[in-house]
Design a protein around this ligand. Sequence first.
Ligand code: F6R
Length: 364
Amino acid sequence: DKGNYRHFMLKEIYEQPIVVAQTLRSYLRPLEEQVALPQMDFDLSAIERVVIVACGTASYVGMIGKYWIESMARLPVEVDVASEFRYRDPVLTGKVLGVVVSQSGETADTLAALRHMKASGVTTAGIINVPTSSMAREVDLLLPTHAGPEIGVASTKAFTCQLAVMAALAVNLARAKGKLSASEERDIVHNLTEAPAAINAALMRDEAIQGMAHVIAAARDVLYLGRGPEFPMALEGALKLKEISYIHAEGYASGEMKHGPIALIDDQVPLIVLAPAGPLFEKTVSNMHEAMARGAKVVLISDAEGLAEAGDDAMATIEMPKVHPLIAPLVYAVPVQLLAYHVAVLKGTDVDQPRNLAKSVTVE
Ligand code: F6R
């Protein structure tokens, strides 16, 4: 039931504060000020390396997880799309934690990758939304998301719930590895607790986002830029726009612009920049200015501090709440989802059932 919403996708975007809170509830122990995982029968502190495998949007959760786990737990992390991983004869020696991320728990390539890891003696965990799915039954440790049924083919609420669980996994690995103090964990618990309200604040920008959708809808190509965890978010923004509006879009790491993609820039190519204020903000602004000098129409998505620092040369800005870097991806997901949605509505595409796509890809 779509309720008062025109599409399932929009309803599911708006459900995010609730379902992320619901998901976090099973991972946060507010009284102990700790982030907990379900019972497991292996020793997390023995893990030496993490390998994350998924497809599409779920693979971007893996890429964001790499930034988090490497910086917090100091463990090496490898991320691969399942269709490559399962056929490339990956090296899985040592104490590896293999992590699959999947909304459906049935994606053929991810399931095959999971079975390949298990057959190689790897301990596995799965961030999965459907608890009765094949993957949920086969992983050693099920890390459920509680997004509820996701009907829109384009993943939205499952994605932010997967990020919330990935953050919980990163925190637990960090603690197990002795890299996280009790006070750091307390701070993280507080920030994760604020995530649903921050997502809600991002949803309040819907009208502004809708107001600029016509510029994107008129474009043939759109580029998305981000650094750090916002780089996978740029990939996610581009994928979301492609799949529901059929506009060609690409995401790049901001620093890669001048290594090729800048050749595409002219006054016909909108550039969406995802950049919360922080140590690398200035570098991203300089990448943005290089593109503007070539005529690019820039939409800058940042917080008040970032928007003030960048000045007012962007064609449009979308202000996000100022949040802890760990929850920024959960918040910055919202404007990229809404932008793709409103552009698709303007283009008159079938938002919930885009052409050529299936909700669950159970064949290769
Ligand atoms: C994009 C999208 C797909 C899925 C991918 C994996 O919006 O929905 O890229 O993320 O097909 O599906 P699951 O998570 O079910 O394994």
